[in-house]
Design a protein. Structure first.
Length: 158
């Protein structure tokens, strides 16, 4: 026969066992550090960032263009990959989505913080990078993180 004290201890142990997996999951760190990027963009073709970053969860990608010579916006693709550095387009898959629907790219205005949605993590890619195109050939720069720690502006998707 179990005493009341033993029953309480057993209940606490069962509860702790059930919560333990959640504790482990919350310890795994998201890749939320903002990293600076810069490139000479093209008005004709998308150009990708050769440095990919680990994608550790299904959160949106954080993106902001902070500098440009003449462009008020940039078109951005969120690309899944399993390599770093990226050396060819054949290593990349466009994973840009809005509300679960595949999109070609997102339009982001200069100076605005964005949450860019993708299926990189869900499609089994371990890494993410971005490709960009501006309305005219330009030198552009900004910051991004592979995993977003917040919710930012919604881009216009095409």
């Amino acid at each position: 026969m179990m005493t009341k004290t033993k029953k309480k201890i057993a209940s606490i142990l069962v509860a702790a066992t059930m919560l333990c997996p959640m504790c482990v999951a919350s310890v795994s760190a998201a890749n939320t550090t903002d990293v600076a990027w810069s490139m000479t963009s093209s008005a004709v073709d998308f150009k990708y960032l050769s440095a990919s970053r680990a994608k550790t969860n299904s959160s949106a990608v954080y993106f902001r263009m902070t500098g440009s010579n003449s462009s008020s916006y940039v078109n951005v693709k969120v690309l899944g990959t399993n390599v770093n550095p990226v050396t060819s387009w054949s290593q990349l898959t466009n994973c840009t989505v809005k509300n679960g629907v595949a999109k070609n790219y997102a339009k982001c205005n200069k100076g605005t913080k964005y949450s860019l949605h993708s299926t990189v993590y869900e499609d089994g890619f371990s890494r993410v990078t971005l490709a960009m195109r501006t309305p005219s050939n330009d030198t552009i720069s900004g910051v991004w993180s592979a995993d977003s720690s917040g919710t930012y502006n919604e881009a216009t998707y095409y």
